[in-house]
Design a protein around this ligand. Sequence first.
Ligand code: ARG
Length: 590
Amino acid sequence: MATTALPIVQGTDPSRCVLDAFRTAIAKRVADALPPLTVEQVYAGVDYGKKGVDFTVALPRFRLPGKVDELAKKVLDNFQPDEWVEAVVHDKAFLHFTCATSGLTRLVLDQVHALTNDTPEPEYGSNTTGRGKRIVIEYSSPNIAKSFHVGHLRSTIIGAFLANLYKASGWEVISMNYLGDWGTQFGLIAVGFEKYGSREALEQDAIKHLFDVYVKVNADADKDPAVKVEAAAFFKRMEDGDEDALKDWRVWRDLSIRKYEGEYARLNVHFDVYTGESRVSKESMDNALAQLDEMGLIEDEEGAKRVNLEKYKLGKAVVRKKDGTSIYLTRDIGGAIERYEKYKFDKMIYVVSSQQDMHLSQFFKVLKLMGYEWADHLEHVNYGLVLGMSTRKGTVVFLDQIIREATSVMHEHMKGNEDKYSSIEDPEATSQEIGITGIKIQDMAAKRINNYTFNWDRMLSFEGDTGPYLQYAHVRLCSISRKNPELFPLPPRSQIDTTLLVEPAARDIVFLLGSYPDVVKVALRTHEPSGVVTFAFRLSHAISAAWETVIVKGEADIEKARARMWMYLCARDVLGAAMRLLSITPLERM
Ligand code: ARG
């Protein structure tokens, strides 16, 4: 195909996002017709169009002299279709552009294919904007003995997505789990363990057992203040490094981590570093406090030390208790400093519930006041609550119970179709993956900050925009090659005649495929997984809409059947890429 040389617009990369080239072509036309506009200036104003329109330019944004109608006329007067742009329509203040279909189809499918199959690493949709940069992403960070249940599920799911997203954008990613493994509550558990603990129960399920002990001793402490005093004394011994006081705690920590690792593996989530509040050194906290003191930011409050952040509407925050023991906030301050020293990150993200907005603002501010330049590169990615998280019978649960229950519902469902069931190698693993997909999609479907209600029926349904539906859409795309073996091997892609893909439903698919690299970029800017989820469903719907008209099986023209087959394979690859970005493993059969 003859391609007119296009100017290069800064920040675009047509070798990974071919729609960049189409946008550049549109920008060039407008700029040529409307001097003194530059291609760059117009490019920034080439937006995706609404329904049925590829790209739209809103003329008023350029603040040119003259009426919009006259400006539009100048663009339309000169218009000649070429291999990039097929048509332009003037509508009030807008110009709507249609990409030339044959070039679009050829270039998009070529690019999807090449970046999926012909290069070892960069998957289609990835970009290089983070090359040479390093990011620490802290997520999940459950407490090994407090509220063990699934409150941290969102941090885990969103964090895993962000880690994938930054990797796909060329960043070096260090994913970190900062366990809540330190603090007064461990004194409390130690006291409780003497009374209620059992080594056996601990071995069996450390997280659950420690939680039970915690609940019981907490109830005791509510009734009897002496329990709290005892707990504080115990924690003080731990802080002072008393080996006897630390022995049990070590076992709890190890067993909890082992248990969590199993769950993370099932969720397809991985950490480069397991650290925790206990790992923040006394030294770094002492130094930080001394420095704050010197700067006159510390107030004494009956022996406790506080940093006054009222000027910034962030209240007064205790940084050291009266008995000299550390607290959550101080550990975060010391921890961040240590992390910077160790990783020299360009950016660090904390994926933590919006309930801790104040806490994060406080310690970011303290670091900033201490003069650390990198404090500007800390970011809190927050999220709303999960309401009504319980088993179907209504009891509060731990993460593993949720996974087990989702798995068994899906397993029962699969058994309903005996033929299919027998063709699946590992039905248990398959149903677990579908169940987990249901949980994840429900979690990432809306904006992070929204609360949502955990809804079993909706989450595990095959109807509507659910996880199981998404897996089904992918499986269906995989089955089409199994069902049409006579079309394989496909000819080399240059010999596949893409001009045979003339149906509007095929074009819709192609255009969506082309937009995927932009979906990734937007997610990187907003830290929202929901855009990727929406994309995956739009693509699934477009495929489903094409299914009846753009057929493969039963298409008499073999060239046509092959072109369609190729398009569906590309669609499968992109849908799979989007699912993987969301930390979901796309299934081939179910
Ligand atoms: N373990 C904490 C909790 O469950 C979350 C930790 C968030 N991260 C941080 N650096 N403070 O509440």
